[in-house]
Ligand binder design. Structure first.
Ligand code: G5P
Ligand code: MG
Length: 223
């Protein structure tokens, strides 16, 4: 593996906290491979795969899909990655998923985006998504160059079915009951790094500086 150790990172935070937006910046600056459980599930729904058809109603209602299904899917995909490292977004989301991941891989860091729920509710109603790539836009914050179309492919953008206000409330509830305990799991392992704020542009420099320090200390140790 030499100087550049394989970096294994997770990004966490409530729905709409900016995990996808922040991940795009991290992979651009640090060359990690991004893997988003939500993007994978939505691509399966769009392609009408067996998995997609099974999971659609769960996701549209703002509920989590079963632990065993998502854990098997993500861990299988992770074993195939052969790059400088990876950044997991949206997984793990329950303590049982975190334990499954822990049995397979040792993590270097967990980035936790701590964004107030009120900020989130406002954002999600103005989000537009390019489903095949997972690219996200926001009519206020980062609008596409041409309204309604993806900047890269020119394909249409859609609003996610689970971004309706009642569903957002349910997703936030499931975050509190099922996902917050995962933060404790990682805090006790000493890998949790929390970033608090209401704007991605203000949080990003702190995340970037933290990862620069992390990468250099890990490559020194690997040398
Ligand atoms: P997902 O896809 O993992 P969530 O709910 O965790 O979905 P989501 O909604 O994708 O997370 P995000 O990635 O944290 O949000 O946020 P984002 O898309 O980057 O930003 C949200 C919006 O805010 C965008 O429009 C963005 O442009 C804008 N924005 C960003 N920063 C700013 C800012 O500073 N200012 C402003 N004004 N706007 C900003 O999971 C979906 C479903 O899949 C299933 C579940 O059913 C889940 O509900 N699922 C799983 N189920 C079980 N286990 C798992 N591990 C699962 N993973 C997925
Ligand atoms: Mg996302």
């Amino acid at each position: 593996m030499g100087l550049s150790k394989m970096i294994r990172a997770v990004i966490m935070g409530p729905p709409g906290s900016g995990k996808g937006t922040m991940s795009a910046r991290i992979i651009k600056s640090f060359g990690l491979q991004h893997m988003s459980s939500g993007d994978i599930l939505r691509a399966n729904i769009q392609d009408k795969t067996e998995l997609g058809l099974l999971m659609k109603s769960c996701i549209d209602q703002g509920q989590l899909v079963p632990d065993d299904i998502i854990s098997r899917l993500i861990l299988n995909d992770l074993r195939k990655i052969d790059s400088s490292g990876w950044l997991l977004d949206g997984f793990p989301r329950t303590v049982s998923q975190a334990e499954a991941l822990d049995h397979a891989f040792a993590l270097d860091t967990v980035i936790n985006l701590n964004v107030p729920f009120q900020t989130i509710k406002e954002r999600l109603t103005s989000r537009w998504t390019h489903i095949p790539s997972g690219r996200v836009y926001n009519t206020d914050f980062n609008p596409p160059k041409v309204p309604g179309l993806d900047d890269v492919t020119g394909e249409p953008l859609v609003q996610r079915d689970d971004d309706r206000p009642e569903t957002v409330t349910r997703r936030l509830k499931s975050y509190e009951t099922q996902t917050e305990p995962v933060l404790e799991f990682y805090r006790s392992k000493g890998v949790l790094e929390t970033f608090t704020g209401t704007e991605t542009n203000k949080i990003w420099p702190h995340v970037e500086a933290f990862l620069h320090r992390k990468f250099s200390s890990l490559s020194q140790r690997a040398a």
